[in-house]
Every structure is written in structure tokens, then in C-alpha cells.
Design a protein. Structure first.
Length: 307
């Protein structure tokens, strides 16, 4: 069905003398940025692993709910032409794969936990999920200027004298891209609002309640809501896609290893990768060309569901 639809659109475009939209699977084997995004990380972008956990129960600490994350950035310009306009990037699927750090182990939870479960609990749903969010910048940083060694917060890791670390100060922060904006969801439990992740991490061969103990892979198949699609399109237009891997699992105590952790490329043992199935519409994107690109995407998604 996918091939027939593509051929039909190709012939229609050729008959009208229009440039042909290109369908492609684009794979990024390693990120351009991977780092442990923590206010207390003394080695900002050059650590072998990155863990994701909450500092304490919601509202009980001055730290943010998503206290540490793995920040990932992908420079997409070598594989996808930037600057074509957001609508010119029609997303079929988007998948992020992480390399598990076997030095930690924790209870596997492959489903989203709603806001209320963090105060009332859910005995039928053990563990806490590993969640994927987009990335927002503040402090003048952009995808073009933020590098692995950029500071996490203003001043020292703990903040400059007289201005200690506080919520809402990290230069790179997780966002759910709600409503086409880039709200900071780092403290959403304490602030009392639901944050919708792009995806929840899945580990093949494990059932809910099993122990995640690595090595292996955790896969995030992004749910292509309107907000997620808009985020990915804007990132491809800019030439940079950023993500945060987060967990609201609270470690039992200092020195324990009961939380998610993933390899960075500096480990030499594994790294994250990103795969995109998309249709790139050549510039300029006339209304008819964008519509035809959307038809290609719809046909591809139908074919994927049938498979």
C-alpha cells in the first residue's frame, strides 16, 4: 500500500512539473551531545554514564522533581536539510534507543504513571517509568551554541555565591512541548500539573515488575501527538533535536544504584541512537506539495499498522 501510494504521488508530481517529496529513514548512530544533566555534576559533558532520578518526594526538597536527566542532542543537518520550514518535515515515526548501564538495577514500569499516583501510590503498578521529553533552552543558549561542556546552571554547579540552585534555572530543561510552547516540566509534580512524555521506555523481554539490570537497550517509540510532531518539525527546521530521559524514581539512599542509568558515548561501551522515518518536502513548500507529503505520511502509517 505504501509503495503504491508513493508511486501515485510521484507520478502526479511529475505530471505537474513539481519537485518530488523525498521519503527517507534517517538514522543517527550517536548523538552530538550526551551528558548527565544535573546541577551537582562536576564533569558537565564528559561523564561515561548519565542517571535519571528524583531528589526526594514531591514538594519535600528545594530541588526539582526531575532532579537529574540524561540530556541528548542530535545535529541533524548532515542528514536532513534544515531551514525548509516546519511543515516541510512530515514525520512518520521517531524512535530513540538507549544503552543500559548494567551498574544499576530497578523495577521495570513500562506504563505512564499519572500525577495522582505520586501522592496516593498505586499498588497494582510497581516501579516508576523512564520517560522521554523534549528539550528547551534558556539563558541565551540554542542548539547551535549549547555544547557538552556548557554549564548546567548559572555560575558553579551549585549556583554562584548568593544565588544557590533553584527550580527553573537550568539552561537546558525537559519539556513536553504542550500547546506548541516549551514549558519547563522539571517541577511538575510539586507544581501540580500533568506532564505528557513523548514516550515511556520499553525493554524487550521484560514484564512489569521485573528487574532492569542491563546490559541491553531501552527503546522509546514516540507517540506522534500534534505537540510532538510540531516539536520534531521545528527541531529539524533548526537542525537540532534535543531530548531528556527522566525518571521520578527516588533512590533509597546515598550510594545506592536503584535508579535508571545509561551509557554516554564517552563510555566506549554504548550510546544512544535516533531513527526518524519522514517525508521531506523540497523548498518552497506550496500548499499542494505539503498536502501530498501528508498523504505519503498517512499511507506509511497505515502500512505500519498493518505490519
Amino acid at each position: 500500500m505504501w509503495i503504491r501510494a508513493f508511486v501515485a504521488v510521484f507520478l502526479l508530481l511529475a505530471a505537474t512539473g513539481t519537485s518530488v517529496a523525498r521519503a527517507a529513514t534517517v538514522a543517527f548512530a550517536t548523538p552530538s551531545i550526551d551528558r548527565w544533566n544535573s546541577a551537582v555534576n562536576p564533569t558537565p559533558g564528559y561523564r561515561a554514564t548519565a542517571s535519571a532520578f528524583a531528589a526526594a518526594a514531591p514538594g519535600s526538597s528545594g530541588f526539582e522533581d526531575l532532579f537529574t536527566t540524561q540530556l541528548l542532542g542530535f545535529d541533524t543537518t548532515a542528514s536532513v536539510t534544515a531551514g525548509l520550514g516546519d511543515a516541510n518535515y512530515q514525520i512518520v515515526s521517531a524512535t530513540l534507543t538507549l544503552a543500559l548501564d548494567p551498574a544499576t538495577s530497578y523495577t521495570y514500569d513500562p506504563t505512564y504513571d499519572a500525577l495522582g499516583t505520586y501522592t496516593s501510590g498505586d499498588p497494582d503498578d510497581p516501579g516508576r517509568p523512564v520517560e522521554l521529553y523534549g528539550n528547551g533552552f534558556r539563558g541565551g543558549f540554542t542548539g547551535a551554541t549549547y555544547v557538552e561542556g556548557s554549564p548546567s546552571t548559572p555560575g558553579t554547579p551549585w549556583g554562584p555565591p548568593g544565588a544557590p540552585f533553584a527550580a527553573g534555572t537550568r539552561f537546558a530543561y525537559p519539556t513536553d512541548a504542550a500547546g506548541g510552547a516549551l514549558p519547563d516540566v522539571s517541577n511538575h509534580l510539586t507544581d501540580g500539573f500533568e506532564a505528557t512524555p513523548f514516550a515511556v521506555g520499553q525493554v524487550a523481554g521484560l514484564a512489569a515488575g521485573d528487574l532492569v539490570a542491563g546490559p541491553g537497550a531501552m527503546v522509546f517509540d514516540m507517540v506522534l501527538s500534534a505537540d510532538v510532531i510540531a516539536y520534531l518539525q521545528a527541531g529539524l527546521d533548526d537542525g537540532f533535536l534535543g531530548f531528556h530521559v527522566a525518571s521520578k524514581l527516588v533512590p533509597v539512599g546515598s550510594g545506592n544504584s536503584d535508579f535508571p542509568s545509561f551509557y554516554n558515548r564517552e563510555s566506549g561501551l554504548g550510546a544512544s541512537s535516533l531513527s526518524l522515518d519522514l517525508v521531506v518536502v523540497p523548498e518552497p513548500a506550496s500548499g499542494s506539495l505539503v498536502v501530498l507529503g501528508l498523504l505519503l505520511v498517512a499511507a506509511a502509517r497505515r502500512g505500519t499498522r498493518r505490519d
